[in-house]
Design a protein around this ligand. Structure first.
Ligand SMILES: NC(=O)c1ccc[n+]([C@@H]2O[C@H](COP(=O)([O-])OP(=O)(O)OC[C@H]3O[C@@H](n4cnc5c(N)ncnc54)[C@H](O)[C@@H]3O)[C@@H](O)[C@H]2O)c1
Length: 400
C-alpha cells in the first residue's frame, strides 16, 4: 500500500495563467486578446479540425479586432520534432507575435512549443533535449477540441522522433498557456473513435496521477473529481457526439485530469504506450486505453488502498472491507470500458508483430521519467510480460 505524502514540502503547483470554461466561451476571444495588442496572430491547428470548420469559426470571432492572421493547419497525425521545427520557422518568418492553438493534443502541443520558441534563434537544442525551455515571451492561448489530452493545462508537449522511432516529451512551465479556453461546443464534431481514445486518455491521466508517487493531497482533489465524473459522461459523449451535457462533463474530466497530470505526473501506462506510438504510430489515446488494464493488473497490487478509493469514485462499490477485491473490480471495469467504447482490446489486432515485444519492452524500460512515478518498480522482464498479456488479450497469454 502507498500513502499520499503529507509530510514533505509540496512542489510548485502549476496551472495556466487563466482558465475559461463553458459552452460558447470561445466567442469572447477577441475581447480576451485586447490586453496583448497583437500585431499578427498565428492560428495553429490540424487538417481534421480545419475541415470540421472550427478554424473558420475562430477567424470569424477574431474578425472585429482587425489584426492580420497567419494560419497553419498542415498537421495530420501525431506531430514530430521535425514538424514543430518547421512550424516554428514559419511563424518566425511571418513575424507572428501571438499564438492561438485550436485542436486536439497534436495541434496544441505544436502551438505551445512554437510559441515558447518563437523568439529563440537556434531552437534545435531545445528540441533535442540538450537545453531546457525556461521562458515564453510570446502570448499563447489554447482551445482544445478533444476531451482530451489536457494539453491546454499541462507543461508537457509530446513529439515523435522519427529517427529513433520513439516519442519523447518536453516539459517546462513555459508550455502552460496564458489562457486556456475550454468550450465543449468545440468538441461536438469530434469523431466517435477520437472521443473514445482521448476520453480514456483523460481517464488514464486521472488514475495514473492519482497513484503517482508524486501525488499530493492537492493533485488528488483534481484526479478524484475527474474519476467521479468520468462514468456519467464517457459513453454518452462517444455514442451521441451532439450531447452537449456529456461533452461538457468530459471537458471537465479532461481539464481536471490534466491539472493532476501536470503536477503529479503519469506513469507506466504512458511509458509502455510511447514505443507503440513512436514505432507503430498507434494513436496515443488508443495505446493508453488498451494497455491500462494490463498495466494495472500488475501495478495495482502495490496500491490496494487507492484501488478501494478508485472503485468508489467509479461507482463500482464499497470494497473497504475486502480491499484485495477492489483491484480485480477496477481492472474488470477497464476491460469492459474498451468493449463499450469499441476500442481495440489486444495488440495482436493492431498488427504489432509478436517478435517485436522484447524490443518494445527495452524501449519502454528507458522511459525512466514516467516509470519513476509508478509505485511498482517494473523491470524490463515484467514490462515484456505486460506486452505479452496485452498482445494475446484478456486471459489469452495464459493459454499460449
Ligand atoms: N501535452 C500533453 O500534456 C499531452 C497529453 C496527452 C497526449 N498528448 C499528445 O496529444 C496527441 C493526441 O491528441 P488527441 O488525442 O487530442 O488527438 P489529435 O489531436 O491527434 O486528433 C485526432 C484526430 O481528431 C481530429 N479532431 C480533433 N478534434 C476534432 C473535432 N472537434 N472535430 C473534428 N475532428 C477533430 C483531428 O483532426 C485528428 O484527425 C498525441 O500526440 C499525444 O502524444 C499531449
Amino acid at each position: 500500500m502507498i500513502a499520499t505524502n503529507v509530510t514533505s514540502i509540496a512542489p510548485d503547483f502549476r496551472m495556466p495563467g487563466n482558465f475559461k470554461f463553458g459552452s460558447g466561451a470561445h466567442k469572447n476571444l477577441a475581447e480576451e486578446l485586447k490586453i496583448y495588442s497583437p500585431q499578427k496572430i498565428a492560428i495553429v491547428s490540424d487538417n481534421g479540425v480545419a475541415h470540421a470548420g472550427l478554424v473558420d469559426k475562430l477567424k470569424d470571432v477574431l474578425g472585429p479586432i482587425n489584426v492580420p492572421i497567419y494560419t497553419f493547419t498542415d498537421i495530420s497525425g501525431e506531430p514530430t520534432f521535425k514538424l514543430v521545427e518547421n512550424v516554428t520557422g514559419k511563424l518566425q518568418k511571418e513575424n507572428c507575435d501571438l499564438v492561438i492553438g485550436i485542436g486536439g493534443g497534436s495541434a496544441l502541443d505544436v502551438a505551445k512549443t512554437a510559441a515558447a520558441l518563437l523568439l529563440v534563434e537556434n531552437i534545435k537544442p531545445f528540441l533535442d533535449g540538450s537545453q531546457q525551455i525556461e521562458t515564453r515571451k510570446t502570448p499563447c492561448i489554447l482551445l482544445p477540441t478533444t476531451s482530451g489530452t489536457g494539453s491546454e493545462v499541462t507543461m508537457n508537449a509530446i513529439f515523435g522522433d522519427e529517427e529513433k522511432e520513439l516519442k519523447r516529451g518536453i516539459v517546462s512551465p513555459a508550455l502552460l498557456p496564458d489562457l486556456a479556453i475550454i468550450d465543449p461546443e468545440l468538441t461536438l464534431s469530434c469523431p466517435p473513435r477520437v472521443s473514445a481514445s482521448s476520453g480514456v486518455d483523460a481517464f488514464t491521466h486521472a488514475i495514473e496521477s492519482y497513484i503517482s508517487v508524486r501525488a499530493t493531497p492537492l493533485t488528488k482533489i483534481f484526479a478524484e473529481k475527474a474519476m467521479r465524473l468520468f462514468p456519467d459522461y464517457i459513453t454518452r459523449a462517444v455514442h451521441n457526439g451532439s450531447d452537449l451535457e456529456a461533452r461538457t462533463g468530459m471537458g471537465w474530466v479532461s481539464a481536471l485530469a490534466g491539472v493532476s497530470l501536470a503536477n503529479a505526473g503519469v506513469g507506466a501506462v504512458h511509458a509502455l504506450a510511447y514505443p507503440l506510438g513512436g514505432k507503430y504510430h498507434i494513436e496515443h489515446g488508443v495505446a493508453n486505453a488498451l494497455l491500462m488494464p494490463y498495466v494495472f493488473e500488475k501495478i495495482g497490487t502495490t496500491c490496494t488502498q487507492e484501488m478501494v478509493e478508485i472503485a468508489e469514485y467509479l461507482q463500482l462499490g464499497d470494497y473497504s472491507h475486502q480491499p484485495a477485491k477492489a483491484l480485480q473490480t477496477v481492472v474488470q471495469y477497464l476491460f469492459e470500458l474498451l468493449g463499450t467504447l469499441n476500442l481495440p482490446t489486444k495488440l495482436k489486432d493492431l498488427d504489432i508483430p509478436q517478435d517485436s515485444l522484447a524490443e518494445l519492452a527495452e524501449s519502454a524500460s528507458k522511459v525512466e521519467r514516467l516509470l519513476a512515478n509508478t509505485p511498482y518498480k517494473l523491470s524490463e522482464e515484467t514490462i515484456k510480460q505486460i506486452y505479452v498479456n496485452a498482445y494475446y488479450g484478456k486471459g489469452g497469454a495464459k493459454e499460449q
